[in-house]
Design a protein around this ligand. Structure first.
Ligand SMILES: Cc1cc2nc3c(=O)[nH]c(=O)nc-3n(C[C@H](O)[C@H](O)[C@H](O)COP(=O)(O)OP(=O)(O)OC[C@H]3O[C@@H](n4cnc5c(N)ncnc54)[C@H](O)[C@@H]3O)c2cc1C
Length: 484
């Protein structure tokens, strides 16, 4: 934490083990992370000087969604002609983690005690009153020792991420089964860092963030570039941007990470030529780091009502993990944390009720992100869905050739999801022609607006009208077909 900004970048590019920097268990730390506008806003509210520090000490900048970002889905550019701009923070996850830790220590130094290199092993509970009172942990440095230490708390926030053992702990100590749904969509990514050079194509050279979103089953690959630092250079061909580049997939169509040459070859075959040109022009300055088998994984804590224990909550990925392509996870965690702060701040709730109130409110945040993340995932040809109900019964559904081998039933896309797939398609067609709809959409994507604004009556009728007119054109009943 005492490292200088350039040392941090150097650690990042040399893949220094995060444990040595005091943070372990976050293998995704080297993957490209975009922080959505609402998450950035929450961090600025918590740490008022953070923006100045990022800009002045770390060469970080924000980028205008209106002018410096090109993002497309299925050929539709999403951010043309916005009515309001949105800032995109160009930073890498590794640097962000370290800065946040530093800021946290500065702000709360005498109120916190770090227990690094420790692993929580189980919950300490009072079964008869359904209360979590603390945790038992062991030191990772002393793996041979079976000794566990106790730590007690009035309120325990479990933010143990996507590999959380919370379900296991609750079953062991309170015989509580948490209903879950896991959606396996074959998600994967490779990320590297490099300096951007001109391609000669002004559309892309003027864009700091470039992205194309997978659109399964037609297009199962995607990519995104997002700046991590500005750099000083005298090279006329350099854009002066150090960027993170992530090449991602669904349906297990993983990009290779054995060499840059093979990755470029793969990119040439799997992405559009103009994106290949952009990627080819990057001078790579880090290894290529893979991440595979990302899943959507949700715990339906809210359906347990008062069966859920008092004084214990899950936050962030521990409650729900999303398809990383939509960059929702960090902002989802920030929003849940803000909600918990709000509940305590309301000063009118009894401590024993807070976990239940939180579960109800936090699950609304989760539901928004869950829908945004899973609507497209339900289109994956090799989709696998694992459902565990509150009695602990597990049902596995699977599509594609694996279903013949495993004898699992095919998953049936829920009606709500089918409607949303249909609605989204026509919404994008409208948004490509409407400044207001494109702006509304990007505010929702950044978790700054409630998704329901995409279905407000005027928008809803516009989308329905577009779909209906197209239907008439297809049937030859009205003019000629305009979109496909
Ligand atoms: C490839 C990839 C790309 C992603 N891209 C984005 C993106 O662009 N934007 C975005 O917002 N999100 C992205 N995410 C998601 C994001 O990384 C997570 O949503 C976010 O880190 C969740 O934060 P968290 O605090 O809940 O968990 P984490 O950041 O995972 O932290 C969990 C912590 O708990 C610790 N822990 C676990 N078990 C124990 C235990 N038993 N005892 C003690 N400690 C324990 C772990 O060691 C770890 O330090 C991406 C994820 C992946 C995999």
């Amino acid at each position: 934490m005492k490292s200088t900004p350039s040392e941090i970048l150097d650690y990042r590019c040399r893949l220094e083990n995060p444990t040595s920097l005091g943070r372990s268990g976050v293998s995704q730390i080297y993957q490209l992370h975009g922080l959505q506008a609402e998450g950035y806003k929450i961090l600025q509210e918590l740490f008022t000087n953070i923006k100045d520090k990022l800009f002045n000490e770390y060469g970080v900048r924000t980028y205008s969604t209106k002018n410096e970002i090109k993002v497309a889905i299925d050929g539709v550019v999403l951010n043309q002609y916005l009515t309001k701009d949105i800032d995109w923070l160009g930073i890498d996850r590794f640097t962000l983690e370290i800065i946040l830790r530093k800021e946290f220590c500065l702000k709360f130094n005498n109120q916190i005690e770090w227990k690094c290199n420790s692993r929580v092993m189980k919950l300490i509970v009072n079964q008869s009153s359904n209360i979590v009172k603390g945790v038992k942990y062991r030191s990772k440095k002393n793996i041979d020792s079976s000794s566990l230490f106790d730590i007690y708390g009035d309120f325990i926030i479990d933010c143990t991420g996507h590999n959380t053992s919370s379900s296991k702990w609750l079953k062991e100590s309170l015989n509580l089964i948490v209903p879950t749904v896991q959606i396996h969509f074959g998600g994967g990514a490779v990320t590297f860092i490099g300096e951007r050079f001109r391609t000669g194509n002004l559309t892309f050279d003027s864009a700091a963030v470039i992205g194309v979103i997978a659109n399964p089953p037609k297009k199962n690959t995607s990519f995104i570039l997002s700046p991590v630092r500005q750099i000083n250079t005298t090279d006329q061909n350099s854009l002066g941007i150090l960027t993170a580049c992530a090449i991602t997939c669904v349906n297990s169509e993983y990009p290779p990470n054995d060499s840059y040459e093979n990755l470029l070859e793969w990119t040439k075959e799997n992405l559009d030529p103009e994106y290949f040109t952009v990627i080819k022009s990057i001078k790579i300055s880090s290894p290529i780091i893979p991440n595979r088998h990302a899943i959507d994984d949700r715990k339906y804590v809210e359906v347990l009502g008062k069966k859920w224990p008092q004084n214990y909550v899950l936050i962030g990925d521990a409650m729900c993990t999303f398809n990383p392509q939509y960059a929702q996870g960090m902002t989802h965690a920030c929003r849940q944390a803000r909600e918990l702060g709000k509940i305590f701040g309301e000063n009118c709730h009894k401590l024993k009720d807070i976990s239940h109130i939180f579960n109800r409110r936090a699950s609304k945040i989760t539901e928004e992100c869950w829908l945004a993340s899973t609507v497209n995932d339900w289109k994956i040809p090799t989709l696998k869905v694992i459902e565990t109900n509150k009695n602990g019964q597990v049902k596995i559904y699977q599509r594609g050739y694996h279903s013949d081998i495993t004898n699992n039933d095919e998953p049936r896309t829920p009606l709500k999801i089918r409607f949303m797939q249909w609605y989204n398609y026509w919404f994008f067609q409208c948004a490509s022609k409407s400044e207001q709809l494109a702006t509304d959409f990007l505010f929702v994507v950044n978790q700054s607006s409630n998704p329901l604004i995409l279905m407000k009556p005027t928008t809803f009728f516009r989308v329905i009208r577009m779909a209906f007119m197209n239907y008439l054109k297809e049937k030859g009943l009205f003019g000629r077909r305009s979109t496909s």
